[in-house]
Design a protein around this ligand. Sequence first.
Ligand code: 13P
Ligand code: SF4
Length: 304
Amino acid sequence: MRNSDAELVEKTISLKTRRNAIILAHNYQLGEVQDIADFVGDSLELSQKAAKTDADVIVFCGVHFMAETASILSSDKIVLLPDIHAGCPMADMITAEGLRERKRELPGAIVVCYINTSAEVKAESDFCCTSANAAKVIESLDAEDILFVPDQYLGHYASTKTDKRVSLWPGFCPTHIRIQPQHITNLRQEHPQAKVVVHPECRPEVIALADEVLSTGGICRYASREDVTQMIVGTEVGIIHRLRKENPGKKFIPASEQAICPRMKLITLESILWSLQEMTPEVKVPEEIRLKAKAAVDRMLEVV
Ligand code: 13P
Ligand code: SF4
């Protein structure tokens, strides 16, 4: 760690204590951000943590929809997103108005929205889900017709696990589609002992080549298994930091070095300290939207 980083970390930790704040970080955050966090996890784990914390302030090191979900679940807390431009391009591929239109075309369909959506879209949905539980949520529904938004690939993957009719929204993650089937086949040849583990946001052709399809939290748990010593990792490269840190001696090979989510990398040690000093930018959801969005998130949390 550079001297200036050590100073930043020290100042941040002392201010965090004074503010009674907790730092939550997603598995794709920069290594130094993960290292300063109180908890690092996937979207489901982070929302569960946000719902339970007794801190007054949540510093959310992730993207906008994640901070919004924390605010939806913990409206009495101040939720800070250290860089307000840290949005998820996939979440921006659907609006509440667009969803209302599609619902009119599919009357009777139950709407399941991926957690990678705005609060307004969640408020228009019946159930929320994450990459860790999409198939489980869909399977639990007492309905045959499902409209899944916005990730067509996660929706498609979940649909292969159920007999229900699943209509898809044409959204996708610009980071995960960079992972190509050829990357996996080439790396498998180079590392024949390695397990191939991919995120369900990957293309179906990539998913077809994987040994396991897991959320980022699931990937971390899988990596800790004794029988796993080498892993080809088909998701955003930020997760490699945590995998190596928690599993010294094991080998982790990114499926593609190009699988970078630039918005996740906007959060830095500097922006976290600044955010705690200025208590901004705060993410807050208007109460009417929040209550409707919370109903969809709560229904998910009851299933998992
Ligand atoms: P996880 O919930 O699996 O961490 O995924 C979040 C995400 O944005 C993946 O791109
Ligand atoms: Fe959104 Fe993809 Fe970035 Fe995840 S990796 S936050 S889905 S753009």
